[in-house]
Write a protein of this length. Sequence first.
Length: 168
Amino acid sequence: MYSTSSQKSEKKRRILGIVLEDKTGVLERLTGLFVRRGFNIETIIVGKTSKHKIAHIIISLDADDKTIEQIEKQVYKIIEVLKVVDLSENSVVREHCLVKVNSTDKTRADIQNFASLHKANVLEVNHESIIIELVGSPEKIDHFLEIISPFGIKDMSRTGINAMPRSN
């Protein structure tokens, strides 16, 4: 499909990095802004930065260019927001996943081999399950989960997308 300037741009996964003052209530105001405007957050992570009392929030969502532009304008209205960066391109993107997989004496070696092939860490092994840790692109994690799902995923926790711009 070809697009013209009169057509709405296509939605795709977008990643926004927001640097802000680490103060009580700021995260609530930020997420409230997304809810009020009808923007659906796919993943959100919050963490400290190397600067004292400055936090970094990484939000991933499906949006078109116009929506991202609107979000940036709205986010900058929050006084504590210092910087908004589109990390969708030219960034290192990673996610952390812990997954507990059913295992038996017959399947344990296969599961451990799959983990090894995907550079995942086996954190715990017992008679009923294996806990595996995997860090990588969201696509790599999706692929790994697809491969081990026939064994039976008992539990899983994914952090959400983290990103950092590459050096120029």
